[in-house]
Design a binder for this molecule. Structure first.
Ligand code: AMP
Length: 213
């Protein structure tokens, strides 16, 4: 099962992707998480990516594509995977299709989590993240057990630099410009599925399960 999650930043695609991965026992591959881990570890890739991420811009395709294609060759991807945050541009989607075609495979579903921009800005301002382990929360929708403290590792949770309102607006602009065309791209391939991301997390998840069943 090879699934791509599409949707604007803050649409909830990461949360849904994690749940799908758990349910089906396939890896959840988030390019955003990979970059954040690299930033935390001070790698060369992390240092390069941070410059773009902090401004709400996309990391250049050449820094992303090989990273993902290599990751997909690992043994845990044999039964499938869920890609979250990749592809984000048409060239990335074409590179993925070409890499899969070379081994006689293809993407099964592209699930678009649909949420209007005005909801996104509101939602993102409540988002909090643990910079230590990468867990994400929401002040109202996914609160931590102890206020301000990560449930997983006990570190302090913060508003990520790229979730600040001014950066969110830039990320939305970039999304409409560079990522939204993927909806049409996968629609033409006949594998696009749309779900309403304004429902509760569980209801959206149920809708996704119906599609995958
Ligand atoms: P995310 O956690 O998926 O929202 O990603 C956070 C940031 O990482 C994005 O705003 C981009 O700067 C960068 N990023 C993640 N995935 C990609 C990708 N596939 N292509 C380019 N930049 C990416």
């Amino acid at each position: 099962m090879k699934i791509i999650m599409l949707g604007a930043p803050g649409a909830g695609k990461g949360t849904q992707a994690k749940r799908i991965a758990e349910k089906f026992g396939i890896p959840h591959i988030s390019t955003g998480d990979i970059f954040r881990a690299n930033i935390k570890n001070g790698t060369e890739l992390g240092n390069k990516a941070k410059v773009y991420m902090d401004q709400g811009l996309l990391v250049p395709d050449e820094l992303v594509v090989d990273l993902v294609v290599d990751r997909l060759k690992q043994a845990d991807c044999e039964k499938g995977y869920i890609l979250d945050g990749f592809p984000r541009t048409i060239p990335q989607a074409e590179a993925l299709d070409a890499a899969l075609l070379a081994i006689g495979e293809k993407v099964d579903y592209a699930i678009n989590v649909e949420v209007a921009d005005n909801y996104i800005v509101e939602r993102m301002s409540g988002r909090r993240a643990c910079l230590n382990c990468g867990a994400t929360y929401h002040l109202v929708n996914i609160p931590t057990k102890v206020e301000g403290i990560c449930d997983v590792c006990g570190s302090e949770i913060v508003l990520r630099e790229d979730d600040k309102p001014e950066t969110v607006l830039k990320r939305l602009e970039v999304y409409h410009d560079q990522t939204q065309p993927l909806i049409d791209y996968y629609n033409k391939q006949g594998i696009l599925k749309e779900v309403d991301g304004r429902k509760t997390m569980s209801d959206t998840f149920e809708d996704i399960l119906k599609i995958l069943d």
